[in-house]
Design a protein around this ligand. Structure first.
Ligand code: NAD
Length: 320
């Protein structure tokens, strides 16, 4: 079968598997490498099963059959063979700076001048991983959300020396494989997703610590309130639509927003009695055992999958 080109994946855990499926769904040839050969064979078995289930439930991405997609993914026992000739290499090894630096110096040695060298890191700054590499201009962080098959956001973060063409090319590639990229103009600690998420966690924590709301009710505010809206529009568009445009929103609510924000106080310490209380509440919903957590994750992923389908059909279902 003709392919669109080769993509190398380094690390075949949760995220490596997700990327492999996304690239194959779009017709890329994928080489999956892992330091543990049994991880690669386990990943291939798992991907085969996932593709079969996706086909059964009608959620398979792309126009290729499940067999054709699986046929595009091969396991690779050698690092260099997985990367050589690839247009894009996506690193997916555990979140450890020394390990990532080692992988990228190996990659630097095999890369040609056309390869994009990309890391899936959740929170290590590009300048920490890529500085000093010969191919630093071709390096980028492409941070996915979990599970990437159903949650399409990818944050693209440049190293200070990354070429704009590499940012543009990676953004186009992410769109082509059906993801929704956002491009940071420069690196910042926590990137953007986690900066916003951490702000929400901090205020949620404070509201419980100050005895305002129970942990259950804090989660309900998101899942039944803000989250419902945010699945379609972001906080800025909420302002635009809830008033007569952005200027009107700031005229009406700007002062209140500033007043409330000034009461937020310092960063919580995330410990003590508040942690004990939140832990009891969370464990009463989902005990912190591997089985219970796995079951609840399946519950979550099934709903995320259904939401992804609904969102992709929504324009067809709702006119105007
Ligand atoms: N899990 C998430 O929710 C999530 C979301 C976004 C980004 N990320 C990021 O993606 C990366 C991978 O996370 P994950 O959850 O897939 O981890 P994981 O532990 O599931 O998988 C990591 C894989 O890397 C392999 N590995 C370890 N050392 C290696 C080496 N030297 N060479 C090749 N392979 C090696 C391991 O054998 C394992 O299969 C991390 O940087 C993480 O922060 C994770």
């Amino acid at each position: 079968m003709d392919t669109k080109g080769k993509v190398g994946i380094i690390g075949s855990g949760l995220i490596g598997r997700g990327w492999a499926m996304l690239f194959a769904a779009s017709g890329y040839e994928v080489c999956l490498y892992d330091i543990l050969p049994e991880q690669v064979s386990g990943a291939l078995d798992n991907i085969k099963m996932q593709l079969r289930d996706l086909k059964k439930s009608g959620l398979l991405r792309g126009s290729l059959t499940a067999d054709e997609q699986f046929g595009l993914i091969s396991g690779c026992s050698e690092f260099n063979a997985a990367c050589q000739g690839a247009l894009h290499v996506q690193e997916c090894v555990p979140e450890n700076l020394e390990l990532k630096r080692k992988i990228f110096s190996q990659l630097d040695a095999v890369a040609d001048d056309n390869m994009v060298l990309s890391s899936s890191t959740s929170c290590i700054l590009p300048s920490k991983i890529f500085s000093g590499l010969k191919h630093v201009k071709q390096c980028i962080v492409a941070h996915p959300m979990n599970p990437p098959y159903y949650v399409p956001l990818v944050e693209l973060i440049p190293h200070p020396e990354t070429e704009q063409s590499i940012m543009d090319r990676t953004r186009a590639l992410m769109k082509e494989i059906g993801q929704s990229p956002v491009s940071l103009k420069k690196e910042v600690d926590g990137f953007v997703l986690n900066r916003i998420q951490f702000a929400i966690i901090a205020e949620s924590w404070r509201l419980i610590q100050d005895g305002v709301l129970s942990p259950e009710d804090v989660d309900t505010v998101m899942s039944e309130g803000l989250g419902r809206r945010y699945t379609f529009i972001g906080p800025l568009e909420v302002m635009q639509l809830n008033s007569e445009g952005m200027r009107s929103a700031v005229d009406r609510y700007g002062e209140s927003i500033q007043r409330v924000l000034s009461t937020f106080g310092p960063v919580p310490d995330f410990g003590g009695q508040t942690l004990a209380d939140i832990n009891v509440a969370m464990c009463s919903r989902t005990p912190a055992t591997p089985e219970a957590l796995a079951e609840r994750r399946r519950w979550r992923d099934a709903r995320l999958a259904a939401l992804a389908t609904l969102k992709s059909e929504m324009d067809r279902l709702i006119s105007g």
